[in-house]
Write a new protein. Structure first.
Length: 85
């Protein structure tokens, strides 16, 4: 898994610290959860555009930083249709 160094806005850092203390988990676990949720949200936004014919599967893949086949599999894994939409 890649290691990332980042600077957080103060409000986000406070949220992460507070939630980590409350849940008795490491701050990295909270950050990983936030990143995963953000990725899933972006994927669903792009999928909606794809469904509406605004973007292609190739463009969706490009925005996610993956190849077309990987994007296809990401959608299928989530039960999101990729054909006959």
């Amino acid at each position: 898994m890649p290691v990332v160094n980042l600077e957080l806005r103060e409000d986000i850092a406070t949220f992460v610290e507070t939630r980590a203390a409350k849940e008795k988990v490491e701050e990295l676990a909270i950050l990983a959860d936030l990143l995963e949720r953000g990725f899933e949200q972006k994927l669903r936004e792009l999928y909606k555009q794809y469904q509406e014919g605004e973007i292609s599967l190739g463009y969706l893949a490009e925005q996610l930083g993956v190849g077309t086949w990987r994007a296809y599999h990401l959608l299928e894994e989530r039960g999101l249709r990729t054909a006959n939409i």
